[in-house]
Structures are given as structure tokens and as C-alpha cells.
Design a protein around this ligand. Structure first.
Ligand code: SPV
Ligand code: MG
Length: 446
């Protein structure tokens, strides 16, 4: 006889008494069924996968395997299965549960659609009913998340976040940050679309904006140590992963030390571009002298970096400059496959065209031969295409590479000129955050 199933779905990241209350009720229901019908009553826990969770909010602190380990040892739970989407439908159809149990807090708000689908599916199958115990007041995952965020994140947990995110959702949206305050803005800003929270997934440490914010040209003139200081300041107040723009990576012999330093700091990935000689910003293209590195030489640098890294999660991403330097698609593709063969964990294809056409053409040809390797793009000049559209074309990570610095530059210039023009600050006050706001912006100021 098939067991009589009581189904509960959870992310089960930070387990609290509210979860235990639901599981106890599910256990009681299963035991009562068993006593009444003489058939085993089974509590099946549908554990939301990282992908399911990332479809509506930030990734859980623990990955699926870790959460599985915790939840499968709770005595109320008989069996744990994955629930791969927010919707319960597939698992309900497969299990035909007698009861589905969920706290009554989902009657309104973002989860109400999921709830309705549970009711409709149970009704259609005629197998069971939805039980909705009172929500446990006084404790919530949201509050625990806020508390955990205030404590911070460990170096390793942050480092491994990028790979987890790439596996869980497409595309990731990454925002340039050049200081702790710009990172705080990038980390904490969000919008809500269809009940889902849309926010940036991580940070880009840009060579262009790290140089510009120090008043230096983007020619590898700012030392790693100086840039790492900024990253440490960013990491002190945030919890999202960071991708580091290492320009050419410098000499192979130096690159291996950079990899170690970045890893030690908790950076998730480094991108190195296949140029040699004095590096100039890619968006200048052939207007300035720029030389692409020999394929084999660049492959050696990738291999040396891979051998130097200590963790398995750190990513070395090879950036292809063929389209920037008008060498054509063939060259770009040839390099992509050679770099992946050399051990690159991903590629970045760059372009300075006004339209995304050449990047999309590259993606099409690349994805025919390689469906897995993560691809990163930086749509600074081809800015009409949305991240969603790039994701649909097979791009995994979209980097908005310089926008926060560019925005602050314009705002600051307007304000300094305004003060000079009016010889006082009254007229530009509306362009500035109020002193009261700035005093309450950072916890601990007051
Ligand atoms: C950067 O942000 O420094 C980059 C991207 O490398 S780009 O400026 O487009 O070359
Ligand atoms: Mg750069």
C-alpha cells in the first residue's frame, strides 16, 4: 500500500519555531491518518531548490545539500524531495497528498497565487485538502534574514555565492561599485514586479571607475593593494558577491599572487582580458593602439591562475577583445574555445557597437557548441537590450559597469556649479539628500 502523504514545502534555510509548528501539525495529521486507515502516514517535505528560491527572492544562506542535511534529520519529517519551482503543482500531481500544510500568512501578498494553484490542483485531483495553521507570530524568516545580514557574511560563503547564483538563475544583474556607499546603494535598492523582488545580484569592481574615482587613467595604474582596500571597505558593509576586473592580469608571475589575494579577500571571480602591452580602455577600440595577446600565451596565464587558486569556487573568467579590436567572430569563437580548454570558468565577450547584434551573433554561434560555460557581457554601448533579453540569448551575467560613478559625477558637478553660481547652497538643496536623511542613512550614526 502506498503511504498516505502529508506534504509541506519549505526553503528551510533559517529554521525557527514557526517551521517546527507546521511540521508538528503535519506529523499529527500523518499519524492520525495512519491510525484511522491502517496505512502508513508519511510527512514529505518539498525542499525548495536554490533555483526555486532565486526565482522570487535572494539565495538562501545554505545551499540545497546543507539545507537537506538539516531538514532530513528532523524527527517530524519522513522524506525530503526537491521542489524545483515556487509552484507546488508538479509535486502534488506526483504525490497525490491527503493534506498540504502551509501557514495562513500566504493568503494575501506575493504567495497568494501559489496558494490558489495548490487549492485548484488538489480540487482537480480530488485527493486531499489544504490545511492552514495560524502563522506563528513574533518570529519570521524575514526578521532572521535582517538580523543575519547585520552580522555579515563569511569570506567563503560570499566567495561561493557567485557560482551558486549562476546555477540558480539567469541572468544575474551586476552593478558597478567603487566605494562602500555605492555598494550599499547597489545592495539595498530593489523594486517589486509581480510580487517578486528584483535587485542586483552582486558587484563589479571596475578598472575604469576604480581608476577614475582616484583621478587616474584606466591603464592598470592603480595597484591591486589600493583596489583591495576599497573592496575590503565594500565587504565590511555588504553581503553580495563581487567580480573583479583585473585588466590584463599583468605578468603571469604576478597574476598568480593576485588570484590568491582576491580569493583571500572573498572575491568570487576575476576577469582578465586578452590584451598585451599598455592596456587602454576597451571602449576606445581601435582609436588607440591596443594589441591582443597571443592565444597560447593567454592560455598559459589562465592555467597558471587556475593552478594558483585554493578554493574550488573561485572563478577565472577570460575576456575576449576580438570584437572590440575588429578581428571578427571567427577569432572571438576560436579564442573562446581555447580559453575554456585552458581552464577558464567562463568567458566575457565585449563589444563597443551601438547595437547588440555582434554579441547576439556570437552567442548564437557559441551556444551551438557550448551550452554550459557561463558567458558575461557588459552592455555599456549597446544599452537598448534588456538584461532579460540577453538572458534569453544565453548570457548568464550582465554587468552594468560604470553607471554609479557616472551618475554621481553629474550630480556632484551640478551641485558645485550651483553653489558657485548662487554663492550659497539654498538653490541646490533639492539636489541633495537632507542632512537628517544622511544622519539616519547609516546605522550607528545617531
Ligand atoms: C571596466 O569597467 O573597467 C571594464 C569594462 O573593463 S569597459 O570599460 O567597457 O572596458
Ligand atoms: Mg576595465
Amino acid at each position: 500500500m502506498k503511504p498516505l502523504v502529508v506534504y509541506v514545502a519549505m526553503a528551510a534555510d533559517l529554521i525557527h519555531p514557526g517551521h517546527i509548528n507546521i511540521l508538528k501539525i503535519a506529523r499529527e495529521l500523518a499519524d492520525t491518518l495512519e491510525a484511522k486507515e491502517g496505512v502508513k502516514g508519511e510527512v514529505v517535505l518539498g525542499l525548495l531548490t536554490d533555483k526555486a528560491i532565486a526565482s522570487y527572492k535572494r539565495l538562501p544562506y545554505m545551499n540545497y545539500t546543507q539545507r537537506y542535511e538539516v531538514i532530513s534529520h528532523l524527527k517530524e519529517v519522513d522524506r525530503v524531495i526537491p521542489q524545483d519551482s515556487l509552484s507546488y503543482e508538479n509535486n502534488i500531481r506526483a504525490l497525490q497528498p491527503r493534506y498540504v500544510v502551509h501557514g495562513d500568512d500566504w493568503k494575501s501578498g506575493a504567495q497568494s497565487k501559489t496558494r490558489q494553484n495548490v487549492i485548484d490542483t488538489l480540487h482537480e485531483l480530488g485527493c486531499g485538502e489544504l490545511i492552514e495553521p495560524n502563522y506563528t507570530v513574533g518570529i519570521s524568516s524575514t526578521q532572521l534574514n535582517l538580523d543575519a545580514r547585520a552580522i555579515g557574511i563569511s569570506t567563503n560563503a560570499r566567495l561561493s555565492l557567485l557560482r551558486r547564483l549562476i546555477n540558480a538563475k539567469t541572468p544575474l544583474r551586476i552593478c558597478e561599485t567603487h566605494s562602500a556607499i555605492s555598494a550599499l546603494i547597489a545592495q539595498n535598492s530593489f523594486i517589486e514586479v509581480d510580487g517578486k523582488k528584483l535587485e542586483f545580484d552582486g558587484f563589479w569592481s571596475s578598472s575604469l571607475t576604480d581608476s577614475t574615482s582616484r583621478g587616474k587613467p584606466d591603464i592598470e595604474a592603480v595597484e591591486l593593494t589600493s583596489r583591495l582596500n576599497t573592496i575590503n571597505e565594500i565587504f565590511e558593509v555588504t553581503s553580495k558577491p563581487l567580480i573583479y576586473d583585473a585588466d590584463t592580469g599583468g605578468k603571469l608571475e604576478h597574476f598568480v599572487f593576485s588570484v590568491r589575494s582576491l580569493e583571500r579577500t572573498g572575491v568570487s571571480a576575476v576577469i582578465i582580458e586578452d590584451k598585451t602591452g599598455l592596456k587602454k580602455n576597451s571602449l576606445l577600440g581601435n582609436e588607440v593602439e591596443q594589441t591582443q595577446e597571443d592565444i597560447e600565451v593567454f592560455c598559459e596565464k589562465i592555467k597558471a591562475g587556475k593552478n594558483a587558486q585554493i578554493t574550488s569556487e573561485f572563478m577565472i573568467i577570460a575576456r575576449i577583445e576580438s570584437l572590440i579590436l575588429e578581428k571578427g567572430q571567427e577569432d572571438a569563437l576560436k579564442r573562446a574555445f581555447a580559453y575554456i580548454e585552458a581552464g577558464a570558468d567562463g568567458i566575457m565577450i565585449h563589444s563597443r557597437q551601438k547595437t547588440p547584434n555582434e554579441v547576439l551573433a556570437f552567442m548564437k554561434a557559441f551556444r551551438i557548441r557550448d551550452s554550459k560555460t557561463p558567458v558575461i557581457v557588459v552592455p555599456t554601448s549597446f544599452n537598448e537590450i534588456t538584461a532579460k533579453e540577453l538572458g534569453e540569448a544565453g548570457v548568464n551575467v550582465v554587468i552594468y559597469a560604470n553607471h554609479l560613478l557616472r551618475a554621481s559625477f553629474i550630480a556632484m558637478k551640478e551641485v558645485v556649479e550651483g553653489i558657485l553660481r548662487y554663492d550659497r547652497s539654498k538653490e541646490i538643496e533639492t539636489k541633495c539628500m537632507s542632512v537628517k536623511e544622511i544622519l539616519s542613512l547609516i546605522p550607528g550614526t545617531i
